[in-house]
Design a protein around this ligand. Structure first.
Ligand code: HEM
Ligand code: FPP
Length: 367
């Protein structure tokens, strides 16, 4: 049987390996076991009907040829390597900072400076994500959620990952320094350093790592502001505070959802070291309550108007409501019930933030 352009081997014997196998054929032949690929045995059986692989291979050859398949898989791997969705969210938060900063300067944020800042911050964020995946490739291979990442499953080699990661961080930093200002370049590099060199190794040591990780996580909107204004000012600190506080319900829901995974990999998330769930709920609740006054800081600083204040209040109450509901994980009768509460909070967290920032930008006063 053929897989891609070369003869099929045992490394391509199941569905998920099949998707990326043509790349691995060129680079290395590390076998991908079901445990490592993150696909359950039942899922594999479900897709392995007789001759299903031949049908898919020949269909793909007819439609696009082997090269198109390889390029598509490589692009999919880069999307995972650079954590595209998180990087896009980082860019959105940086845009909010840049937008408010430009308004304070009395200029439109729709200027080449915006694209220059977002390109640089996005590059450094993507590069940091790749370096994080290089460092954590062995841990990622032990977790179902991350086992199919390109480095964890061997589709992208370590030198390849390190090279791309370093290059993206370097290009992004130099670009920001040249096109925006030295302070933005320096702070963005510091953000990458905190994420890659401080938070990432600490995950195996202490559950406090998430508190440390919240600092680089909260810096992008401040970076956007500094790119527009050249200095750190109070509204930028308020944006930092909003992002900082937002992260706790966000990642407490994730930590609960994937606690078996984290435990398997030896990552000391709160639900791993204190499995009863009380401390996880308490931490998420504390920050969800704090989220309401903190999200109103832009009104207090006269950066946004009352409409934003009303929207922030409603959104904050919804976020708090879902976090209170998340508290039911302690008494949930089944694992799937408790995971449902966590999954719902995770979804709400990633909807809440763009909505809040959009409201802030739409009702900005320019002061
Ligand atoms: C210490 C802080 C943070 C931790 C530990 C964390 C962890 C995670 C994890 C593990 C996921 C994957 C969930 C899944 O696969 O179901 C996730 C999803 C996500 N995170 Fe975070 N995160 C943090 C901060 C942030 C920040 C600062 C942003 C952006 C501003 C962000 C944006 C997102 C988005 C958009 C998703 C959903 C998209 C996806 O699953 O790829 N996170 N987060
Ligand atoms: C400009 C710049 C450098 C921005 C980067 C800021 C940023 C997105 C920080 C991430 C915050 C964070 C701790 C995420 C969890 O990652 P994780 O590695 O624990 O997630 P994983 O388990 O999915 O790998």
């Amino acid at each position: 049987m053929q897989c891609g352009v070369v003869p099929h081997s045992e490394s391509c014997h199941h569905a998920s390996a099949f998707i990326g196998c043509s790349i691995r054929k060129r680079k290395d032949r590390t076998p991908v076991s079901p445990a490592v690929s993150g696909v359950s045995v039942s899922e594999i059986k479900a897709v392995q009907t007789p001759h299903s692989e031949e049908k898919i291979v020949s269909a793909s050859h007819h439609l696009h040829g082997p090269r198109a398949g390889e390029t598509a898989s490589l692009l999919a791997d880069y999307r995972e390597l650079f954590k595209l969705r998180v990087t896009l969210m980082v860019m959105l938060t940086a845009w909010a900072g840049f937008y408010l900063g430009s308004m304070r300067s009395g200029i439109s944020s729709m200027q080449p400076g915006l694209l220059e800042a977002l390109f640089g911050i996005g590059m450094v964020s993507a590069g940091s994500a790749a370096l994080n995946e290089c460092i954590e490739r062995r841990l990622d291979a032990k977790m179902i959620r991350t086992a199919n990442r390109p480095l964890a499953s061997g589709r992208i080699s370590l030198p390849h990952g390190i090279l791309l990661g370093m290059l993206a961080v370097a290009v992004g930093t130099v670009w920001l320094t040249r096109e925006t200002n030295l302070l933005t370049g320096t702070l963005t590099l510091l953000t990458a350093f905190l994420y890659v060199a401080v938070y990432t190794p600490l995950k195996r040591v202490t559950s406090l790592a998430t508190f440390i990780g919240a600092f680089p996580g909260a810096l992008p909107p401040l970076l956007g502001w500094v790119a527009a204004r050249g200095q750190i000012e109070w509204p930028a600190v308020a944006l930092f505070a909003i992002l900082f506080v937002w992260q706790f319900p966000h990642f407490m829901s994730i930590a609960w959802l994937y606690r078996e995974d984290y435990g398997r990999a030896g990552i000391r998330m709160l639900p791993v070291v204190q499995p009863d769930g009380w401390s996880t709920v308490l931490e998420a609740l504390t920050y969800a309550i704090l989220m309401i006054p903190v999200s109103l800081l832009p009104v207090w600083l006269h950066v946004a108007g009352r409409i934003y204040g009303g929207v922030a209040l409603v959104l904050g109450l919804i976020y708090l409501g879902y976090t209170i509901r998340f508290g039911r994980i302690i008494r949930a009768r089944t694992i799937s019930e408790s995971k449902m509460y966590a999954r719902d909070l995770l979804k709400v967290s990633v909807i809440y933030l763009p909505l809040l920032l959009t409201a802030l930008m739409l009702n900005a006063t320019g002061k």
